[in-house]
Design a protein around this ligand. Structure first.
Ligand SMILES: [Zn+2]
Ligand SMILES: [Zn+2]
Length: 285
């Protein structure tokens, strides 16, 4: 089962689509997470966790479809949904309404989140929730892991000696956090000032709804979105390994997105640049 767009950003893949105002759903299979579900593709429905950024229809309108597809595929494991606390009751009402229409229950559980919360998604991995500036209440998510790093003062020691000290339980390691992927959702550029740690995330998935003079940066700001001009103004600040641009206005054809971003990015960024676009001439649907 194919997905419309896929980007390989180092060790992770980002699969799905993000088309401004139409639909956003992006799976990172390596971490078992899906960011938003404005529409649910069959191949993404089995993702174990869904992280919803905000209540706009193009970001969470596909929740019932996702639950229905899981039922159709015989998946009994409940879908773990995380969503901003203020919209959780409304989402429960939507799902309950469909349960009553269809006469059966869906397998899911929902956890309300707020900025600063953390939850576990694997042995060493966690997700941290942060606030995102947009036109309605929005949160972003960062997947991070904690790893042990040899303290600087022991770095000169030969391997066998490090092994001996480790075995003896000496505190020669310090634990450090590495942010693996971050997704602010729909946002204004201010998110980078509010959360400068996003600039260090190995992979940053960033919306750039408009890419040229079709809208001004001010118009984007008023609608709670990012203009590519604003990203270029800050190009030297990004210390990520990969930058994945998404959520383009449908006034751009996919090939136009690629052409504009490639042309305007040339020689400007340290991170590798990706665009989440299909290889087809038009956007799917
Ligand atoms: Zn959106
Ligand atoms: Zn939105």
């Amino acid at each position: 089962m194919a997905v419309p767009c896929e980007v390989q950003a180092g060790q992770i893949s980002v699969r799905g689509i993000s088309l401004g105002g139409v639909m956003t759903c992006m799976q990172v299979p390596q971490y078992g997470v899906m960011f938003d579900v404005g529409h649910c593709y069959r191949s993404l429905a089995s993702t174990p966790r869904l992280l919803i950024t905000h209540g706009h229809g193009d970001h969470c309108g596909g929740l019932v479809s996702m639950l229905s597809l899981r039922l159709l595929h015989g998946q009994t494991e409940p879908l773990d949904v995380y969503a901003p606390a203020p919209i959780v009751d409304a989402l429960k009402t939507v799902v309950r309404s469909y349960e009553s229409i269809q006469g059966h229950e869906y397998a899911w559980r929902i956890t309300p989140v707020q900025p600063g919360d953390e939850f576990v998604i694997g042995q060493r991995r966690k997700v941290r929730v942060f606030s995102t500036p947009h036109v309605i209440h929005t949160v972003g998510y960062s997947v991070f892991e904690t790893v042990n790093k040899l303290k600087d003062e022991f770095k000169h020691l030969p391997g066998a000696e490090i092994g001996r000290r480790k075995h003896a339980g000496e505190p020669i390691f310090t634990s450090i956090e590495r942010t693996l992927v971050s997704f602010p959702g729909d946002t204004t550029i201010d998110v980078l000032e509010r959360h400068p740690e996003l600039l260090e995330s190995k992979v940053l998935i960033l919306e750039t709804t408009y890419l040229d003079e079709r809208r001004t940066a001010k118009q984007c700001l008023n609608h709670g979105h990012v203009h590519f001009d604003q990203v270029l103004e800050r190009s030297s600040a990004f210390r990520n390994e990969h930058l994945v641009f998404t959520h383009f206005s449908q006034s751009y054809r996919p090939a136009e997105v690629v052409e504009i971003i490639e042309r305007r990015s040339q020689g400007r960024f340290t991170p590798q640049i990706h665009t989440l676009t299909p290889s087809t001439r038009t956007w799917p649907g």
